[in-house]
Design a protein around this ligand. Sequence first.
Ligand code: SAM
Length: 341
Amino acid sequence: MPQQPEPLDPHQDMVALLQGAWRARAVHVAAELGLPDLLVSGPRGVAELAELTGTHAPTLGRLLRALTTFGVFHRLPDGRTYGQSPLSAVLVSEPANPESTDARFMAANWHWAAWGDLLHSVRTGESSFEVANGGVSFWELTKTDPDAKRRFNAAMSAVSVAESTATARAYDFSAARHVVDVAGGLGSLLAAVLTENPALRGTVLERPETVPLAEDLLAAAGVDGRYEVVAGDFFESVPPGADVYTIKRALHDWDDDTIVRILGRIREAMRPDSVLLVIEGMVGDDSDQEALFRGLLLTVLVGGQDRPESDYRTLATRAGLRTTRTVRVGDTLRILETRLP
Ligand SMILES: C[S@@+](CC[C@H](N)C(=O)[O-])C[C@H]1O[C@@H](n2cnc3c(N)ncnc32)[C@H](O)[C@@H]1O
């Protein structure tokens, strides 16, 4: 079990923890206003930044000053001009990097409000999102609200692209002819798998509202003529008869019984010799702070959670699948290879 370091001064450390939410919110606001982007071409004065962002100059100045105390932005000796620092540079939006898209995802009031009701999740084990957002679920909001949809998809895509390539390289798809990626998101896993395996064809199954985005990504991936994107619902049915099925970071959004239902739908689509790869962040005793807080985020947003590998094996068994092996992709990301009994 990893040991926590002894705090040097528990009072001071606790104050820093208590104010952590304020610090995070200040960073969200800086990202939301696009301040890092505005400083790409060089330092600017507070008055100019306030004009460009339509904000109250004295308060913007205080925000910037506070942010510099932990290294976000750099204050020039005149005290009124701010420049980029290595930390603020990470939040520049072009070229898209995971931290900048994550900052905009977290900056949304509905995201922040859901964390504000964490106590509801801890009391009930349920998502706090609906309680905090007038009864609207995360899935409903990202379906109907274009801004929420854009923020979610950007955050999902930023995380997904790098790990999709790693996943495609970690598993040998060379014997397969057709792969179906269930809840394939923006299509980055399928794009990576098809790029690594030039003879393979593939299908993404996604919610109708995500289909055009997956089509765009795959069209740009140089895998012409070897893919299709199908609008559907994994609670209803999954395209049948593929050699390999994949489902990446989609089961963790649901409770155990629902996961068994989804796996059951995929099992119904499988041929006797098909393989289903369950690709998830699988937590263990060595999981770091980031992974543990990401797990809480899943609960807050959608009532999901990260699980240890043993739980996924049990869920696969409950769905009538046997686990044949596990492949490690990255820090916590694992591929659980499952087949029909
Ligand atoms: C956390 S994302 C993961 C996406 C992708 N596999 C990845 O790794 O980036 C979960 C995905 O499940 C999809 N999803 C949610 N409910 C679904 C349903 N009923 N049928 C099909 N896809 C669904 C969402 O649209 C979303 O793209």
